[in-house]
Unconditional design. Structure first.
Length: 204
């Protein structure tokens, strides 16, 4: 893989832009948001997290002319046969609402107990050198937990207040940002991808 100095992040989420930028800055890699190039969010028509991440990265590459990084993440609940999955952000329909998504999840989980409430967060992270890259770098990481009977904690976003970590005795919404980033599916996927891309900078 040829060396890379900067890449475009296929996201308009300010939190993601900041998080990705901080991690990759230590490697000497500059992250540029897709908004700098007029890239808008693509329709997520894939059937998997990887497919959707690829769609985002490919569009960002095509318009910006730079290598691109994209992620797609969501919640998989065993009792719901993997739902909400790729529809996690819009589980309760449009417009997107964490509050309505959480309410729908609790309703769907009514009556489930014990191991039936097992779940996991997934993050698929994709790096493309160019829009027609036939060998994208793909990293997937998960984060195991359980779905609570009611929300706990004020931090985080999405389903964090319902995602219980038995080994810590806390919900994700009760974690500090540093601890969450160290343990989470996205944080560990970012670390793995950064390590791979870091090799390209050291081998210049």
């Amino acid at each position: 893989m040829p060396p890379v100095d900067e890449l475009v992040l296929a996201s308009g989420n300010p939190g993601k832009i900041r998080e990705f930028g901080q991690l990759f800055a230590v490697l000497g890699l500059r992250i540029r948001p897709q908004s700098e190039f007029g890239v808008v969010d693509v329709e997520e028509t894939g059937l998997t997290f990887i497919e959707n991440a690829l769609l985002k990265a490919r569009e960002a590459c095509r318009i910006s002319g730079l290598p691109a990084l994209a992620d797609d993440s969501g919640l998989e609940v065993d009792a719901l046969s993997g739902q909400p999955g790729i529809y996690s952000a819009r589980y309760a329909g449009e417009p997107k609402s964490d509050q309505r998504n959480n309410a729908k999840l609790l309703e769907a989980m009514a009556g489930a107990s014990g191991s039936a409430r097992s779940a996991r967060y997934w993050c698929a992270l994709v790096y493309l050198r160019h829009a027609d890259d036939p060998v994208p770098l793909i990293v997937q990481r998960s984060w195991e937990g359980e779905i609570l009977l009611q929300p706990r904690g004020e931090g985080g976003f999405g389903y964090d207040s319902l995602f219980w970590l038995p080994e810590l005795g806390k919900s994700v919404a009760e974690l500090g940002s540093e601890e969450k980033n160290r343990l989470s599916h996205r944080g560990r996927a970012l670390e793995a991808m950064a390590a791979t891309l870091g090799e390209t900078t050291r081998n210049r």
